[in-house]
Design a protein around this ligand. Structure first.
Ligand code: DGY
Length: 323
């Protein structure tokens, strides 16, 4: 009998094609994630779980699955939705998909940065609203990107890929990270600075840190108050790194100039969020890794992790702090 797996949403075919010969896969086919009760029902007696960042995978889910559960494989690089300690306590390895989405996410970070600086979304609305009557010397002015200072918070894979691109724009790149990276500093020509200096000196600030206890609401009133009034803040990491109320006040009062977010707290952003009343913000629906090639690779990698776990083998891409 094939092992049973529950896949919490339809994933690209590349992953399904790998899994189907090996496992009996139950795929949640709705557009929305399984509600909690359905998730707890569906996981009963499965050998493996393939999850997305929208599923809260905690000890209750693991207990509902029971002793048969051998592996949890997340189709994302981030895994703050999974209680890794609870999985480890049960000797269940957790897999994720690092590396494959680095360049795609860095591309998108730049798309947001350029769109915010050069006011592309506002320009599109202006055109569609029939406001474009003539060429105007002062229409939709924004700051230059080339030659500006980019501050990167978190110099992991994605932060580095963003820094590399900045060099093509002759930018000064400064960073702050939990650990210093002297080799990378040399290789990429980036400078380590204390967080307060990063806030004070950056024209653009891009967040690339995981969400954990020390980064939750890192960007709060105090941090925003240290930024330049012309600063543009970009977040393609996790919504919880920014306090949304503080960001609203800072953008409304022009304490900073602009924000461009791919991630929000909560997700999706509620339609009544005051952030959506502002013109100086762009909000994308968590699509930084959404290239055709990358989503196929993520699905393949998640399937490979799941298959390895089902066979009792070491996961090719195991979360560092899991079993
Ligand atoms: C991840 O993999 O963590 C991303 O947020 C999904 O694109």
């Amino acid at each position: 009998m094939k092992p049973k797996v529950f896949i919490t949403r339809a994933i690209p075919e590349a992953g399904i094609d790998l899994l189907c010969p090996i496992a009996d896969a139950d795929i949640w086919s709705d557009e929305l994630p399984p509600p909690r009760e359905s998730l707890l029902q569906k996981v009963k007696g499965v050998d493996g779980l393939l999850t997305l960042l929208t599923d809260k995978i905690d000890s209750q889910v693991m207990d509902a699955a029971g002793a048969s559960l051998k592996v949890i494989s997340q189709m994302a690089v981030g895994y703050d939705n999974i209680d890794v300690a609870a999985a480890t306590a049960r000797k269940i390895p957790v897999g994720h998909t690092p590396g494959v989405l680095t360049e795609t996410t860095a591309d998108f970070t730049w798309a947001l940065l350029m769109s915010a600086a050069r006011r592309i979304v506002e320009g599109d609305h202006y055109t569609r609203d029939g406001k474009w009557k003539t060429w105007m010397p002062t229409l939709l002015l924004g700051p230059d990107v080339h030659g500006a200072t980019l501050g990167i918070i978190g110099l992991g894979r994605i932060g580095q890929a963003v820094a590399k691109r900045a060099k093509g724009f002759d930018m000064r790149v400064i960073y702050h990270s939990a650990h210093r990276h002297p080799e990378i500093e040399k290789e990429l020509g980036v400078e380590y600075v204390p967080l307060d200096s990063l806030y004070a000196e950056s024209d653009f600030i891009s967040i690339h840190t995981p969400l954990n206890d020390s980064t939750y609401h890192l960007i709060n009133n105090a941090a925003l108050a240290k930024m330049k009034p012309s600063a543009i803040l970009i977040n393609t990491a996790r919504g919880g790194v920014i306090d949304p109320d503080a960001l609203y006040r800072a953008l409304r009062d022009k304490q900073i100039a602009y924000a461009a977010l791919d991630v929000t707290e909560p997700e999706p952003i509620p339609l009544e969020s005051p952030l959506l009343t502002l013109n100086n913000i762009i909000i994308a629906p968590h699509i930084a890794s959404a290239s055709i090639q990358t989503r196929n690779k993520m699905a393949t990698m998640a399937a490979e992790n799941l298959i390895a776990g089902l066979k009792g083998e070491k996961l090719p891409h195991r979360v560092a702090d899991s079993r």
